[in-house]
Structure formats: C-alpha cells, structure tokens
Design a protein around this ligand. Structure first.
Ligand code: NAP
Length: 526
C-alpha cells in the first residue's frame, strides 16, 4: 500500500523553551492556527503557537490514509494570501496540502514561534489577573488572549461497539492510519461510508483478499471532476498575473451558487440527485447492490461525496456491502443482525474505522474553563454549542475559537471562514488596544440572539430538513455546526468587530485595581 505521509519533521533544531508569559497563545498549527499566526506576526504582536504534535498541518498531518485528498478544489482550499501555483491537480492529495502548510509556516516566518509537543491540557481564565493560565506537558504559561485553532476534525470518534475490546485482529481509525500494518491479502472491514471511507475503499480494495464495507446510511456520491494541471497551466499560474486568482474566483462563485440549492430552493437538489443516480446506474450494474447504495434522503443533507472510483470498487467480486446493523465485535469477526433478527458473522483480520470525529463535542471545550472553573463543555452539553460569530463565548473572556459553532460549510472551503474569523480577531485586538481594554466577552443576550438566528436561518435548509440524521445536528436536534448561507455574507459580517456586542474589561492596576466589566454601550461607544 502506498504510504502517503512524508516522514520528515518540520523542525530540526532543539526545542525552544515555552515563554512564561505571552500576549496571545494560539492552540494548534493547522489551517486555523497558521492563519492566526501569520496575521499576528504581520501585526508585530507577541504570540506563541502551542502544537501538540511534532509537525504543523493539523488534520492534514493526522490524516494520511491511502487516497486522502481534498474534495474542495486546490485553488480555493488554500490561503488567499499564499496562492500556490504548484498544485499538481484540481483536487490536491494530502501530502501536497501538508507540504503547502509547512511551506506557509516557513515562508511567513511563524515556525520559530511554534512550540511542538505542547498540547494544551488545561486553560483557565484567571479573573484577578485577567489572563489565561495554560498547562502543557512542557510547562505552564499565561496569555491574555487564547486563540483556539483546534478545529472540529481533530479527535477521531470510534463507536463503543459491544465486544470491541475482545477483537484479536488489528483495528485503527482512518485518522490514525497504521502505515506499519500491511493489508495485502487480509480480510478487511471498513466501518462507515463518509468522506474518508470512500477515499480509502478504492485504494485498498485491489490489495486485500476480501473487503467488507459496513454502511449505516447510503451517502450521495457525485462524479469527481479531477484532473492534472499540465506544465503549461502551472506555468501560467506562476507567470501570468491574475490567472490563478481568476481560476480561484471562478471556483469560488461556482461553489457559492450551490447555496441556492442547499439553503434557498432545496428542490434544486433534484437536479444533482438525477446526476448522482445516473452515476450509480452507470457504475453499479447489479440491481441488488444498487438498491443498497441508493440514498433515501435529499442530496446535501449529509456531506455530498465526490468520487468516481468508489462505486466501481464496491462492484468488485472481493467486496461486500453490508447494511445490517453491527450487533457485536467478536475476536475474529463482526456480527451483524438483520431486521428479521437473523445474525451473520463476517470474519475479519483488520477493522478500519471511517467513523468520523467528535464534532459537536470538541475535546478543547473540555479543557477550557471560565473564571469559576466551569468547563466550556459543561455549558455546551447543557445548552448545545454556541458562540458569537462561531468565535466568542459569554463568560470566557478573550477566548477566540476558530471554526467554532456554525462555521462549517456544506459547499465551499473552510479556509474562507478561517480567514474571515482571523480578520475579525485582529480587528478586535486593534480596537481593544486603541481603547485600552484588557478583555472582551460577548454579551449573553447578543450571543443567544445570534444562536437563535442561526437556527432560524437553518430551519428550511437541506441540512436540517433533508430527511437524514447527520453529525451536523447535535443531541438536541439543533444544527450547531453549519453556517446557513453564503460565505461572502460571513466575511462581510465579520469584517469589523462591533464592540457594542461585548462586555469589556479594563484592568487599571496602577489606579487601584479597577476591573469591573462594562458594557461597551455604557462607555458611550457607537
Ligand atoms: P463522517 O462523515 O462523520 O462519516 C462517518 C461514517 O461512519 C458515516 O458513514 C457514519 O454513518 C458511520 N458511522 C459512524 N458511527 C457509526 C456506527 N456506530 N456504526 C456504523 N457506522 C457508523 O466522517 P469522515 O468520513 O471521517 O469525514 C468527516 C469529515 O471530514 C467530512 O464530512 C469532511 O468534512 C471531512 N473530510 C473531508 C475530506 C475532504 O476531501 N476535504 C476527506 C475526508 C474527510 P451514518 O452516515 O449513518 O452516520
């Protein structure tokens, strides 16, 4: 099996010590953390990036499974400030994206600010000093501002299937691919049929002796229009000014138009459904298999998967698609139970979990505590995830969570959302400096109104009303993951941080320690 991940570490010098105090601490060095780091460096601010691993890249470092690639076109799935004329093809493979992120870290001079092996174990707001106290395995530090770039796809989710601990074979998650384990000639099970699994299946199918794909819900799959960028095209991107920006714009507006179907006129999804049905008919001649693979909900309700090699792999003689419920894991098999109660044991040597991530219960929320020691996860498990602009949370001053609640996209590049949020954070910091503020936190009523607006706007969208159960929705049935409309609307809304939405804190230590929170309105700002 091809090993996709480049083994070279990004840093070769001995690790530098953690600063004891810093103005801004950024957590993570994936797309979010790096975007924040570049902006902070450009603004000449005092900051450090705390990275749990030994390389940058976040989800693009962790996910190195065979076939791992982006399903958003490369020109759009990159920073606007760092276009890459060297993408080899329209949908970049994981190693290229990881290399890109490494090159951004180097080129923009943020590498020396990153401390590797510095996982944030705990971050609590100290109301007295108005600083975050942060614990890492490399020691502790304090920061005035905490920017969490931990993202929603950082912690793999493995379902607690009965008997899993008794399994005697090898089992691993798609985000923790065991490159040391050879699947050739094995009986392999892939559990899950999401964006990760459908990239893995075509890669491993030719090598394994038997592949059993456990599908709980049939995904919608559409043709992936992927192609190589030839030398001439790459030359044009590098040498003809504006060419790449034009290509990016065309992709951007093409993708934005999808919002019309997803969120405004959901009947339009019928057009895409007909195209997807046609692909299924063309690629899966067996009517029984085709019936199993036919989705029973509106296109777009779950993430639309782009793959031209998935169905043909499933149609191979060494592959079974099992749709019965997984009842139990046995030492050498997976037992399923059909609706009539009949039970089948499927012998397997290796189980690959393509079962996704902890999206609506992100682990960072378990590690961030307010001034009273209360965890953000406690608040969110009671009320559901919520943050003003997907960024700031009442009671958690100076915490900025990139790609927080309601910032996910069903149609375009998350990098667009990250850049809008980073611009907002930078504007907030500038205004705080200008007004001599130490800390800000959203007014609870403003945050609640924002969260209610998100639910109102999402109500009629295909993500909420498309007739499926998806991880877009939390245990309360609320969609706390997706942004309801166009990305340009998000960018426009976040262009400027309106401090009237915030309770502001001023530390006037020298003048007697006045630290009362004040609503910005009360200060007469408009
Ligand atoms: P995912 O979309 O959450 O899919 C998880 C799969 O596992 C689903 O098919 C789900 O079935 C199944 N599953 C979960 N728990 C199960 C259980 N207990 N028993 C049986 N099946 C179970 O996860 P993912 O494929 O890793 O993708 C996560 C996200 O990562 C994507 O939506 C996307 O945002 C991102 N991603 C992006 C790319 C890219 O190209 N940009 C590639 C890979 C991943 P149900 O459908 O029934 O819930």
């Amino acid at each position: 099996m091809a090993v996709d991940a480049s083994p070279r570490p990004i840093h070769s010098r001995p690790p530098e010590a953690l600063p004891r105090e810093v103005d801004v601490a950024v957590v993570g060095s994936g797309f979010g953390g790096l975007a924040a780091a570049v902006a902070l460096r450009r603004a000449g601010r005092d900051f450090v990036v705390l990275e749990r691993d030994d390389d940058v890249g976040g989800t693009w470092r962790d996910n190195s499974y065979p076939g791992c690639a982006c399903d958003v076109p490369s020109h759009l799935y990159s920073f606007s400030f760092a276009p890459n004329p060297d993408w080899s093809r329209s949908f970049s493979p994981q190693p290229e994206i990881l290399d890109y992120l490494r090159s951004v870290a180097r080129r923009f001079g943020v590498l020396p600010r990153i401390r590797f092996g510095a996982e944030v174990l705990d971050a609590s707001w100290d109301a007295a000093s108005m600083r975050w106290r942060i614990e890492t395995p490399r020691g502790s530090l304090t920061a005035r501002v905490l920017v969490a770039g931990t993202g929603p796809l950082s912690e793999p989710s493995v379902p607690a299937l009965p008997g899993l601990a008794s399994f005697r074979g090898t089992a691993f998650h798609s985000a923790k691919w065991r490159h040391d384990h050879d699947l050739a000639g094995e009986r392999v099970a892939v559990i899950g049929t999401g964006a990760s699994a459908i990239q893995i299946v075509p890669q491993i199918q030719p090598e394994v002796s038997h592949l059993t794909v456990f599908q709980r819900t049939a995904p919608w799959v559409m043709r992936r229009r992927d192609r190589d960028f030839g030398t001439a095209e790459r030359w044009a991107y590098r040498h003809i000014p504006g060419t790449q920006r034009l290509a990016r714009s065309a992709i951007y507006w093409g993708r934005e138009s999808w919002v019309l179907g997803f969120a405004k006129q959901t009947w339009l999804m019928g057009i895409g459904e007909r195209m997807a049905h046609r692909l299924l008919r063309q690629q899966v001649p067996d009517p029984e298999l085709r019936a199993k693979l036919t989705p029973r909900y509106r296109l777009g309700c779950k993430r639309v998967l782009l793959a031209t090699d998935y169905y043909p792999a499933l149609a191979q003689p060494n592959v079974d698609v099992v749709t019965d419920r997984i009842a139990e894991i046995l030492p050498h098999a997976i037992a399923t139970e059909a609706s009539d109660g009949s039970r089948i044991e499927h012998p397997v040597d290796t189980i690959v979990f393509g079962t996704g991530f902890h999206v609506t219960d992100p682990p960072i929320a378990d590690r961030v505590r307010d001034g009273n020691g209360r965890r953000l996860s406690e608040l969110w498990s009671r009320d559901g995830m919520s943050a003003l602009h997907g960024l700031t949370v009442a009671g958690f001053p100076n915490l900025f969570m990139l790609v927080g609640p309601n910032t996910g996209l069903g149609h375009s590049s998350i990098v667009l959302m990250i850049e809008a949020q980073v611009a907002h954070v930078m504007d907030a910091l500038r205004q705080m400096d200008a007004r001599g503020l130490t800390a800000i936190e959203p007014r609870p009523e403003v945050q609640s109104a924002y969260a209610a607006r998100m639910q109102r706007e999402l109500a009629g969208t295909v993500w909420n009303a498309g007739g499926c159960a998806s991880w877009y929705l939390d245990d309360h049935g609320r969609n706390t993951t997706l942004w309801p409309t166009f990305t340009f609307a998000f960018r426009r809304e976040l262009q400027r941080c309106d401090l009237r939405n915030y309770v502001v804190h001023r530390a006037v230590e020298a003048a007697g320690g006045h630290r009362d929170p004040v609503a910005a309105e009360a200060l007469g700002w408009s």
